[in-house]
Design a protein around this ligand. Structure first.
Ligand SMILES: Cc1cc2nc3c(=O)[nH]c(=O)nc-3n(C[C@H](O)[C@H](O)[C@H](O)COP(=O)(O)O)c2cc1C
Length: 183
């Protein structure tokens, strides 16, 4: 079981990261987990030069090249996102834009997400769902959302935040076995 855990917030150890850790606790010991902290990666959004349409891959030389390898390698991809100005933070949006050349290559990978927000998370959730559905990934469940969480913390204020993160992890594992049972 190959799992890519994408930490999408600019804050490496923030609320969404804690939620993602709770998701990962549900994976079996034999799972190979690659943790990718976008806050540590140096890459840009799509340059829209459209070279990838001819090449079949993105030739922009930045650290997205490592992320491409991880996304292609993974069988399960889990995103952690904060909500910034009502949507996913810039590094995560940049990653999404850069997956244009991966069209068709993420198909049937199992996808999940956790989101932490102070209050307005709807568009963040929609962006994550739309991204995974656009890539024809198999969306695990409704994910986990933490509300009333600020940069100072407060995960404990939302009883469902960590509980639903564990549920998300359990569902992703369940789906993995369902999809890979005939392998
Ligand atoms: C620049 C910025 C913009 C934010 N905008 C929103 C927002 O529009 N809606 C919201 O609910 N929370 C917003 N927040 C709050 C964060 O989403 C919230 O504190 C979240 O728990 C942070 O997650 P993290 O600890 O994983 O970074 C914003 C935070 C920052 C830094």
């Amino acid at each position: 079981m190959k799992v890519a855990a994408i930490y999408g917030s600019p804050r490496k150890s923030g609320n969404s990261a804690k939620m993602l850790e709770a998701v990962l606790e549900e994976f079996p010991q034999e799972a190979e987990i690659r943790k990718i902290y976008l806050a540590e990666k140096n890459f840009s959004g799509c340059c829209a030069e459209r070279n990838c349409l001819n090449l079949g891959y993105c030739d922009v030389e930045d650290e997205m090249q490592e992320i491409y390898k991880d996304l292609l390698w993974a069988e399960v991809i889990v995103f952690a996102s904060s909500s910034q100005f009502g949507d996913v933070p810039t590094p995560l949006k940049a990653l999404m834009e850069r997956t244009w050349p991966l069209r068709g290559k993420l198909k049937n990978k199992i996808g999940g997400y956790v989101v932490s927000a102070r209050r307005y998370a709807e568009s963040t959730i929609n962006t994550l769902r739309a991204f995974m559905l656009r890539h024809k990934m198999i969306l695990g469940n409704t994910g986990a959302i933490a509300y009333t969480v600020t940069e100072n913390g407060g995960l404990e204020n939302d009883a469902l935040a960590i509980k639903d993160s564990h549920k998300t992890g359990k569902r992703l594992v369940e789906l993995y076995y369902l999809v890979h049972s005939k392998d």
